[in-house]
Design a binder for this molecule. Structure first.
Ligand code: HEM
Length: 262
């Protein structure tokens, strides 16, 4: 960024400077979920703004000090954007059935001969691919807008059908971290990690879609990852600029600096 002599940036230039950045992602579920959330925020400026407002107000009350664990984890809108991302953006999970089981169905399906089936017998050793994606987006449970990313849904009571369905997941009526003996032991940690990273980034920076946004493909492999075009390396191009009030203070600093060197 230029900051001297005739090339000095004025306040408006500092505020509007958008850099194209590429976030490189290692293949881990928590990094993938955080990248997905940043990508969604870049495409939903109104959600990003509401989140920044919540963070700024909470920081103001803390007189600029860092949040404690309890303060960070109970910010309602930050919690809602994280939950909504973990609801929608999940890969499939697969496992072999260790012994013969009969899986009950929540509603009957029709067989090839039109017989209605209420359960399915699965022999030991069968490889089952679980569509966590579909469980978390079930229209009967979440409503007609189940496929949409709407963080606000977590700020009102969830549909009654959802509570009645008794989803066996360990987290928030979702199968994101599965359930039972082999469910994810890192589910609390990954939410905290996500909240720490997103809160610091959104408080300080504004995110917008990159010029390469239309080339981004989210691969639904066992760990979802964004790629660009034919390049198989996990990466997320994104536009970054200073958040407005940070830009304001930054421009004052730059102004003072250029006055000194003049
Ligand atoms: C958003 C982030 C994450 C998601 C969506 C996620 C999801 C999952 C899922 C679905 C499983 C079950 C896999 C299966 O049985 O097929 C699992 C297992 C596991 N996860 Fe996570 N995970 C996340 C983050 C983490 C983190 C941060 C850690 C560690 C700090 C972690 C540690 C584990 C471990 C050790 C298991 C195996 C548990 C067992 O088999 O007993 N996970 N995770």
């Amino acid at each position: 960024m230029k900051a001297s002599g005739e090339d000095r940036l004025d306040d408006d230039e500092v505020l509007s400077q958008i850099c194209e950045a590429t976030i490189l992602i290692s293949l881990s579920s928590d990094e993938s979920a955080t990248a997905r959330l940043l990508h969604l925020l870049s495409k939903h400026p109104e959600v990003q703004e509401k989140l920044r407002l919540e963070l700024n107000e909470a920081k103001h009350q803390k007189q600029g000090h860092d949040f404690s664990y309890d303060e960070l984890t109970t910010l309602p809108y930050l919690d809602a954007v994280c939950r909504e991302t973990l609801r929608l953006q999940v890969p499939p999970s697969s496992d072999c059935v260790p012994h013969d089981v009969v899986i009950p169905l929540s509603k009957p399906i029709a067989g090839l001969d039109d017989t209605e089936m209420y359960e399915i017998a699965v022999p030991s050793g069968t490889l089952i691919v679980l569509s966590i994606f579909n469980a978390n987006r079930n229209l009967d449970l979440w409503g007609k807008d189940a496929d949409e990313w709407k963080p606000d849904r977590w700020l009102s009571p969830l549909p009654e059908a959802l509570a009645e369905a008794r989803i066996p997941g360990i987290y928030s009526h979702l199968m994101t971290f599965l359930g039972g003996g082999h469910s994810c032991i890192g589910f609390k940690f990954s939410q905290l990690e996500m909240k720490v990273i997103i809160s610091v980034l959104v408080e300080n920076f504004q995110f917008s879609p990159s010029s390469k946004d239309s080339e981004i493909i989210w691969q639904m492999t066992p760990i979802t990852a964004p790629i660009v075009g034919r390049d198989n390396h996990a990466q997320l191009p994104i536009g970054i600029s200073l958040a407005i009030d940070k830009g304001f203070w930054f421009s004052i600093l730059i102004g003072n600096y250029t006055e000194c060197i003049d």
